[in-house]
Design a protein around this ligand. Sequence first.
Ligand SMILES: [Zn+2]
Length: 198
Amino acid sequence: MAKPIVIWPDKVLQRPTAKVTDFGPALEKLLSEMMDSLREAEGIGIAANQIGVTLRVAWVGRPDGSFFEIVNPELLEATEAVTYEEGCLSVPGEFDDTPRFRKVKVRFQDRTGTWQTLEAEDRLAHVLQHEIDHLDGAVFVTRLSSLKRDLIRKKMVKLQKTRADEHAHPHRGHDHRHDHDHPAHGHHHHEDHGREDD
Ligand SMILES: [Zn+2]
Protein backbone atom coordinates (compact mmCIF):
# COMPACT_ATOMS: atom_id res chain seq x y z
CA MET A 1 0.00 0.00 0.00
CA ALA A 2 1.23 3.44 -0.88
CA LYS A 3 2.31 5.47 2.12
CA PRO A 4 1.53 9.19 2.10
CA ILE A 5 4.28 11.50 0.91
CA VAL A 6 5.67 13.83 3.55
CA ILE A 7 5.30 17.53 2.78
CA TRP A 8 8.22 19.96 3.21
CA PRO A 9 9.16 21.61 5.64
CA ASP A 10 8.56 18.46 7.70
CA LYS A 11 11.70 17.79 9.77
CA VAL A 12 12.22 14.33 8.34
CA LEU A 13 13.03 16.00 5.00
CA GLN A 14 15.58 18.31 6.61
CA ARG A 15 17.84 15.78 8.30
CA PRO A 16 20.50 13.69 6.58
CA THR A 17 19.49 10.03 6.29
CA ALA A 18 21.51 7.12 7.71
CA LYS A 19 23.67 4.75 5.66
CA VAL A 20 22.12 1.38 4.81
CA THR A 21 24.07 -1.54 6.28
CA ASP A 22 21.47 -4.31 6.03
CA PHE A 23 20.86 -5.48 2.45
CA GLY A 24 18.17 -7.99 3.33
CA PRO A 25 14.39 -8.38 3.09
CA ALA A 26 13.75 -5.16 5.04
CA LEU A 27 15.43 -3.17 2.26
CA GLU A 28 13.38 -5.01 -0.40
CA LYS A 29 10.20 -4.17 1.51
CA LEU A 30 11.17 -0.52 1.83
CA LEU A 31 11.95 -0.28 -1.90
CA SER A 32 8.60 -1.81 -2.74
CA GLU A 33 6.71 0.60 -0.45
CA MET A 34 8.58 3.53 -1.94
CA MET A 35 7.70 2.34 -5.46
CA ASP A 36 3.99 2.12 -4.52
CA SER A 37 4.04 5.74 -3.34
CA LEU A 38 6.04 6.84 -6.38
CA ARG A 39 3.62 5.20 -8.83
CA GLU A 40 0.54 6.53 -7.07
CA ALA A 41 2.00 10.04 -7.23
CA GLU A 42 3.16 9.56 -10.85
CA GLY A 43 6.62 10.78 -9.93
CA ILE A 44 10.01 10.22 -11.52
CA GLY A 45 11.97 9.78 -8.32
CA ILE A 46 11.48 9.30 -4.59
CA ALA A 47 13.73 9.24 -1.53
CA ALA A 48 13.04 7.10 1.57
CA ASN A 49 12.61 10.12 3.85
CA GLN A 50 9.72 11.28 1.62
CA ILE A 51 7.73 8.42 3.18
CA GLY A 52 9.27 9.07 6.59
CA VAL A 53 12.09 6.48 6.57
CA THR A 54 15.48 7.98 7.38
CA LEU A 55 17.67 5.69 5.30
CA ARG A 56 19.96 6.51 2.37
CA VAL A 57 17.81 4.92 -0.37
CA ALA A 58 16.06 6.38 -3.41
CA TRP A 59 14.42 5.38 -6.69
CA VAL A 60 15.64 7.23 -9.78
CA GLY A 61 13.69 7.42 -13.06
CA ARG A 62 15.46 6.91 -16.36
CA PRO A 63 14.41 8.87 -19.45
CA ASP A 64 12.84 5.65 -20.86
CA GLY A 65 10.39 5.47 -17.93
CA SER A 66 12.12 2.65 -16.03
CA PHE A 67 13.53 3.04 -12.51
CA PHE A 68 16.59 1.91 -10.60
CA GLU A 69 17.42 2.07 -6.91
CA ILE A 70 20.37 3.93 -5.43
CA VAL A 71 21.59 2.95 -1.96
CA ASN A 72 24.23 4.98 -0.09
CA PRO A 73 24.86 7.21 -3.14
CA GLU A 74 27.85 9.56 -3.36
CA LEU A 75 28.24 12.44 -5.77
CA LEU A 76 31.79 12.09 -7.13
CA GLU A 77 31.85 14.82 -9.79
CA ALA A 78 29.48 17.56 -10.94
CA THR A 79 30.28 19.78 -13.92
CA GLU A 80 28.66 22.45 -16.15
CA ALA A 81 26.45 24.61 -13.97
CA VAL A 82 22.91 25.02 -15.34
CA THR A 83 19.48 25.90 -14.01
CA TYR A 84 16.62 23.51 -14.34
CA GLU A 85 12.92 23.87 -13.60
CA GLU A 86 12.24 21.45 -10.80
CA GLY A 87 9.31 20.24 -8.80
CA CYS A 88 8.99 17.75 -5.96
CA LEU A 89 6.28 15.45 -4.62
CA SER A 90 6.99 16.91 -1.18
CA VAL A 91 6.37 20.47 -2.47
CA PRO A 92 3.20 19.93 -4.51
CA GLY A 93 2.35 22.44 -7.22
CA GLU A 94 5.61 24.40 -7.04
CA PHE A 95 8.12 24.58 -9.88
CA ASP A 96 11.16 26.80 -9.95
CA ASP A 97 14.43 27.24 -11.79
CA THR A 98 16.99 25.53 -9.59
CA PRO A 99 20.79 25.65 -9.87
CA ARG A 100 22.18 22.23 -10.83
CA PHE A 101 24.93 20.61 -12.86
CA ARG A 102 24.40 19.19 -16.32
CA LYS A 103 26.76 16.26 -15.84
CA VAL A 104 27.44 14.13 -12.79
CA LYS A 105 29.39 11.08 -11.82
CA VAL A 106 27.91 9.11 -8.93
CA ARG A 107 28.70 5.97 -7.03
CA PHE A 108 26.04 3.91 -5.25
CA GLN A 109 25.07 0.43 -4.16
CA ASP A 110 22.15 -1.57 -5.49
CA ARG A 111 19.76 -3.66 -3.35
CA THR A 112 22.33 -6.47 -3.14
CA GLY A 113 25.05 -4.14 -1.86
CA THR A 114 27.03 -4.17 -5.13
CA TRP A 115 28.78 -0.86 -5.87
CA GLN A 116 28.31 0.78 -9.25
CA THR A 117 29.61 3.97 -10.82
CA LEU A 118 27.43 5.91 -13.22
CA GLU A 119 28.03 8.96 -15.40
CA ALA A 120 24.82 10.80 -16.25
CA GLU A 121 23.78 13.91 -18.17
CA ASP A 122 20.77 16.20 -18.42
CA ARG A 123 17.52 14.83 -17.03
CA LEU A 124 19.03 11.74 -15.40
CA ALA A 125 21.77 13.88 -13.85
CA HIS A 126 19.11 16.20 -12.43
CA VAL A 127 17.06 13.37 -10.94
CA LEU A 128 20.21 11.98 -9.30
CA GLN A 129 21.13 15.40 -7.83
CA HIS A 130 17.56 15.91 -6.61
CA GLU A 131 17.36 12.52 -4.88
CA ILE A 132 20.84 12.75 -3.34
CA ASP A 133 19.85 16.19 -2.02
CA HIS A 134 16.82 14.59 -0.33
CA LEU A 135 19.05 11.97 1.30
CA ASP A 136 21.36 14.76 2.53
CA GLY A 137 18.37 16.53 4.11
CA ALA A 138 17.83 19.14 1.38
CA VAL A 139 14.90 19.88 -0.93
CA PHE A 140 15.16 21.92 -4.16
CA VAL A 141 13.57 24.93 -2.45
CA THR A 142 16.61 25.15 -0.17
CA ARG A 143 18.56 26.09 -3.33
CA LEU A 144 16.22 29.00 -4.18
CA SER A 145 16.34 32.58 -2.91
CA SER A 146 15.17 33.05 0.67
CA LEU A 147 12.27 35.16 -0.60
CA LYS A 148 10.96 32.36 -2.81
CA ARG A 149 11.65 29.76 -0.16
CA ASP A 150 9.68 31.66 2.48
CA LEU A 151 6.71 32.10 0.16
CA ILE A 152 6.69 28.39 -0.64
CA ARG A 153 7.09 27.52 3.04
CA LYS A 154 3.96 29.50 3.91
CA LYS A 155 1.95 27.72 1.22
CA MET A 156 3.18 24.31 2.32
CA VAL A 157 2.47 24.92 6.01
CA LYS A 158 -1.07 25.84 5.00
CA LEU A 159 -1.33 22.69 2.89
CA GLN A 160 -0.08 20.55 5.78
CA LYS A 161 -2.80 22.05 8.00
CA THR A 162 -5.48 21.41 5.39
CA ARG A 163 -4.41 17.80 5.10
CA ALA A 164 -4.31 17.32 8.87
CA ASP A 165 -7.86 18.73 9.10
CA GLU A 166 -9.04 16.42 6.34
CA HIS A 167 -7.53 13.50 8.13
CA ALA A 168 -9.38 14.45 11.31
CA HIS A 169 -12.64 15.14 9.39
CA PRO A 170 -12.56 12.95 6.28
CA HIS A 171 -15.92 14.20 4.98
CA ARG A 172 -14.82 17.77 4.83
CA GLY A 173 -12.93 18.77 1.76
CA HIS A 174 -12.51 15.39 0.15
CA ASP A 175 -12.44 16.83 -3.36
CA HIS A 176 -9.69 19.11 -2.32
CA ARG A 177 -7.52 16.32 -1.14
CA HIS A 178 -8.04 14.42 -4.35
CA ASP A 179 -6.64 17.37 -6.29
CA HIS A 180 -3.53 17.52 -4.18
CA ASP A 181 -2.87 13.84 -4.27
CA HIS A 182 -2.89 13.66 -8.04
CA PRO A 183 -1.29 16.86 -9.17
CA ALA A 184 0.13 15.35 -12.31
CA HIS A 185 -3.18 14.06 -13.60
CA GLY A 186 -3.26 14.51 -17.32
CA HIS A 187 -0.63 17.19 -17.37
CA HIS A 188 2.97 16.40 -16.89
CA HIS A 189 5.19 14.06 -15.02
CA HIS A 190 5.41 15.95 -11.86
CA GLU A 191 7.86 14.82 -9.33
CA ASP A 192 11.21 15.33 -8.96
CA HIS A 193 12.03 17.45 -11.87
CA GLY A 194 9.82 19.09 -13.78
CA ARG A 195 8.51 19.76 -17.04
CA GLU A 196 11.25 18.89 -19.41
CA ASP A 197 9.58 15.67 -20.42
CA ASP A 198 6.11 16.93 -21.23
ZN1 LIG B 1 11.73 15.53 -4.42
